[in-house]
Design a protein around this ligand. Structure first.
Ligand SMILES: Nc1nc2c(ncn2[C@@H]2O[C@H](COP(=O)(O)OP(=O)(O)OP(=O)(O)O)[C@@H](O)[C@H]2O)c(=O)[nH]1
Ligand SMILES: [Mg+2]
Length: 367
């Protein structure tokens, strides 16, 4: 991991340029701080891939109490086996934590029931004629608005409430939510969630944290450079075992190529077209993802260097960029621009979970 950490520090050095913190974020931070003492529950939304690096800094000294819950969102993108360990870690810190995927109905139903039960517990009354407010806070792009929408949707359906559903704007780019808005998630008692704008600290001194925030999408790509972020992702992938899962896939293609050519007497070009036609257009299974995974598997498994050595790792990443251009079908003439295009496409696949599941932070007892 040493070479990957070095790359992360190189990217992190860009943090001195700043650019993510403006007057809007400062104003949002003040508005959140003012409301904090007034709400019944505070849900600190973190990214399950970086449970520590995605902390909301202003809450660091907030007393851990039954009013504060850490929600590790985007659980579907993180290493599944680590979620339990992270929960155990937060338990040891006397923090209540919860893992969730905001796009999963069952997850949301469970979380909603848990939240409504906590509200009732805190209010300690059998008269349900009151209103409770839960505030969602966190750094940009961790899924606060997506979670608010899902809780609102499920909450309204469970309460058999009619009327138009509200919709907080959700976007793959950070900094989308500009104002605090409230969405109802329960009746008897009336429970509301407050969706808030994402806030980062004005200064990020830890270079590795900066790289992780960039890779997971909390800092705008243009501030760091898509190519640099994609290089960091490739470094992580190259030092992990995740690519090994694609071995079969690579073999299957070769087997199929051989068999199909033999049986049907097709040229490789004709076969290529045929495979593209046969491949389902479903996002997770599309031909390009398949090709990218195969390319990554083949470049890593045929590499003769040591990925723990900085120079070797850079050499491998360069080779991968060249091969990925082909997998993404980017015309060669584009050259410099082609590298950026390949980087954008690669990041998109990683951020939507199609290139494996990684938890980038290490549990403190593993370091
Ligand atoms: N895979 C996955 N994607 C998610 C999940 N939750 C949110 N997303 C995606 O993450 C991106 C950011 O979601 P938002 O809800 O806009 O994030 P936010 O925290 O409100 O961002 P800001 O308003 O910019 O602070 C969107 O592309 C969502 O679709 C999740 O649990 N799993
Ligand atoms: Mg938002």
């Amino acid at each position: 991991m040493a070479a990957t950490a070095k790359l992360a520090r190189q990217i992190g050095a860009l943090a001195t340029r700043g650019g993510w913190y403006g007057p809007h974020m400062a104003a949002a931070s003040r508005a959140i701080a003012e409301r904090l003492p007034l709400v019944d529950l505070v849900l600190e939304i973190r990214d399950a891939r970086i449970p520590l690096s995605s902390e909301y800094e202003q809450l660091r000294n907030y007393p851990s109490s039954s009013r504060r819950i850490i929600v590790m969102n985007k659980m579907d993108l993180a290493n599944r086996s680590q979620i339990k360990e992270w929960k155990r870690y937060f338990e040891q810190q006397n923090c209540i934590s919860y893992g969730v995927n905001s796009h999963n109905k069952e997850n949301i139903k469970e979380l909603l029931n848990f939240l409504l039960a906590r509200v009732r517990e805190l209010k300690r009354t059998n008269d349900f004629n009151y209103t409770a407010v839960i505030m969602l806070i966190g750094i940009p792009n961790v899924g606060k608005s997506a979670l608010a929408n899902s809780l609102h949707q499920i909450g309204r359906i469970s309460a058999a409430e009619k009327g138009k559903l509200k919709h907080a704007i959700v976007s793959p780019n950070p900094g989308e939510t500009k104002d605090i808005s409230s969405l109802k998630i329960g009746s008897h008692p009336n429970v509301y969630v407050l969706d808030t704008p994402g806030v980062l600290p004005p200064k990020i001194l830890d270079t590795e944290i900066y790289s992780k925030l960039a890779l997971t999408g909390s800092i705008r790509d243009c501030l760091v450079g898509e190519r640099e972020i994609a290089q960091y992702f490739l470094a992580l992938l190259n030092s992990s075992d995740e690519y090994k899962k694609w071995a079969k896939l690579s073999m299957n293609v070769n087997d199929r190529t051989f068999l199909d050519l033999k049986v049907e007497g097709l040229s490789s070009c004709e076969l290529d077209k045929k495979q593209k036609r046969q491949y389902p257009t479903d996002h997770t299974q599309d031909f390009m993802v398949h090709d990218v995974r195969r390319t990554l598997f083949e470049t890593i498994s045929s590499f003769d260097g040591n990925v723990q050595v900085g120079e070797d790792l850079s050499r491998l990443i360069e080779t991968q960029f060249t091969s990925l251009r082909e997998a993404f079908q980017i015309p060669v003439e584009l050259d410099e621009e082609a590298q950026n295009k390949a980087a954008t496409k690669l990041l998109n696949l990683y951020r939507t979970g199609r290139l494996g599941h990684y938890t980038l932070d290490s549990l403190p007892w593993h370091t």
